[in-house]
Design a protein around this ligand. Structure first.
Ligand SMILES: [Zn+2]
Length: 297
């Protein structure tokens, strides 16, 4: 029966392989529809949700006093230096920061960017060292390459977050460059912020604004209002790219820092002592400025 053999052969060589192939292709494309698009969609969505500050942080700041994250830690001259470890209050901890601030109105430190935007332009977050240590990041950095019509943060106005008194107005010293420290005594703060910060008796809140473009617009001991202009964002001192480095600390009231420097060959003993007092003595205890400024969550 040659006809039957030919038919069987035709089925074996043509119908069966084609049918099998069609079934396999159908199964595979069904799989694609369920899994692969899900996976490829979910990744970017997750990234967007998890990394709002990273997406607004187009470059690592070269603020090496401060720049530190485990992934790209590269010790610099400044980070390699271990300052004297001074006595540390056993109850104090650098991360004992207030949490969940309520809505209240400190002024944004950047004239063009309201408080609600600040989280989007954090280029290097607070990353505290243990008390008495110099390395890592004792404040928060704000910067960007491009935002709206602007192509740099350079020149954006720096302004006082809180009212107070100028406790330092320093020009061109390493590492902070042109910088201002404002002391705010507790009575100038709203009840919400006092509650948040729990400032001990006899102490004040100190806010430091570093790396400004030009010498500060305010002088030592001058009174300042909230939102008063202090200067403009720049890259003076230890900063390769323009950014605002902002620190907040609690420390003894009415202290003046006439100058502050540590790493220059010409820095005096007084300048180094002031730097150690501010940075590592733990009399001036840093905390995350975003715990006060990060009201938009
Ligand atoms: Zn910084």
């Amino acid at each position: 029966m040659p006809e039957l053999r030919r038919l069987r052969l035709f089925f074996k060589r043509v119908i069966w392989p084609y049918t099998t192939a069609i079934i396999v292709v159908a199964l595979l494309s069904a799989g694609c529809g369920d899994n692969i698009p899900d996976r490829s969609l979910s990744t970017p969505v997750q990234e967007v949700i998890q990394a709002p500050t990273q997406s607004a942080a187009p470059f690592p700041t070269a603020d090496s006093t401060e720049a530190d994250n485990a992934a790209n830690f590269s010790p610099t001259q400044e980070e390699m230096v271990s300052l004297p470890e001074l006595p540390v209050s056993p109850t104090a901890a650098p991360t004992s920061t207030p949490s969940d601030p309520e809505q209240y109105p400190p002024c944004s430190p950047l004239s063009l960017h309201p408080l609600e935007e600040l989280r989007e332009i954090v280029s290097d977050p607070y990353h505290p060292p243990p008390p008495g240590r110099e390395e890592r990041h004792q404040g928060v950095d704000f910067s960007y390459y491009r935002r709206g019509d602007r192509t740099t943060i350079q020149g954006v106005g720096v302004q006082a977050v809180f009212p107070g008194r100028v406790a330092a107005s320093i020009q061109g010293k390493f590492p902070y460059g042109n910088m201002v420290i404002i002391e705010t005594s507790p009575e100038l703060l709203s009840p919400e912020i006092k509650e948040l910060l729990q400032i001990p008796e006899g102490e004040s809140l100190y806010t430091l604004y570093a790396h400004m473009d030009k010498p500060p617009l305010v002088v030592l001991d001058e009174s300042v209002e909230a939102c008063q202009a202090l200067g403009e964002v720049g890259k003076s001192g230890n900063a390769a790219e323009p950014h605002l480095h902002l620190e907040m600390r609690l420390g003894p009231a009415s202290h003046d820092f006439l100058s502050m420097a540590y790493y220059g060959a010409k820095d005096t003993e007084e300048e180094r002592a002031a730097y150690v007092l501010w940075r590592t003595s733990w009399q001036f205890r840093h905390f995350d400025p975003m715990s006060v400024l990060g009201t938009s969550r």
